[in-house]
Design a protein around this ligand. Sequence first.
Ligand SMILES: [Zn+2]
Length: 284
Amino acid sequence: MNEPWTRAKTFTVSALVTVLVLAPVAVLMVARGGWLATTATDRGPDKAIRDPSTSATLTRAPVRPSPAGELRLPAPAPAPAATARPDKRASSAPKRNKVANRDAQSVGRAARHVFPVADCSASYAQAHHDYPAADVFAARGCLFVAPVTGRVDEVNRADRWQPDTNRGPDRGGLMVSIVGRDDVRYYGAHLETVFPGIRVGRIVKAGTPLGRVGDTGSARGVGTHLHFGLSWPTPTDAWWIRRGAVPPAVFLDAWRAGRDVSPVAATAKAMRAYGDDSRCRAYC
Ligand SMILES: [Zn+2]
C-alpha cells in the first residue's frame, strides 16, 4: 500500500520541482516575449510612419530641384503617387508660379510705358490747341495711371480755377506730375480725384493708379478728360512747360497698342528747340 503512495508522492514532488523550475523560466520568457513584443510594437508604427515619410521625402525630393531648375511643370507628376497632401502641394506649386510670373511681369512693366487711362475707352486728337499736349477724353472716374515708373513731382488736390481770371497755374485743376526714371515729366490734369497715397516724392511703378478722370480746372463744362502733357523737368512754377512741350499723340498711340516707345529723344529735342529762355510763349 506504500508503493502507490510513494509513487504519488514522487510524482507530486517531481511535478512541484518541475513547476518551481519551469515557472521562473516561463516568467522570464513571458517577460522577454513581452519586451520583444513592446519593441516590435514600437518598431511597427515607427516603420509605418517612416515608410510614408520616406515616400513623402522622395516626393519632395524631385519637387525641390524642380523650382531651382525652373522646371515646375513636372512637379505635379509625383502628386498622384501619394494622396491628399501632394494634391495640395501640386495646387500650391502653380500658385507660386503665377505669383512669380506676376512679379516678373510687373518688373518688366516697370521699365515700360503704359497708356495713362486704364480700363476705360478713351479718345484723343492728334493735335492740341496752342501748345503740344493731348486731351484724352474718357468717362468721369476712369483711372489715370502712371505712364512710367518714376517719382511723383507735383500734386494739386484743390480746384482754384475761376473762369473770369483763367489763371495759367490753375487751369489744370486737380493734377499729378511724375518725373519718370527716363527723366521725362508726365503730367495729367483735370482730375476729379487724386488718390490719398499719391504724394510728392513717392516712387510709383508704371500702371499705378494716381487719380480719376474729371473736369476740374479749365475743363469745367467742356467734358471730362485727361489733359496729358510731356515735358522736361523744371521748377514747379513753370506751369507752361509742365502742361506739355512735346506732342504726345504718337506715344499714346504706341502705348495703347502695347508698344514701348520712349519720348526721351523727342523731349530732349524739344528742350533744345525751346532754348534757354524758358518763358511762356503761347496761351499764357
Ligand atoms: Zn488740354
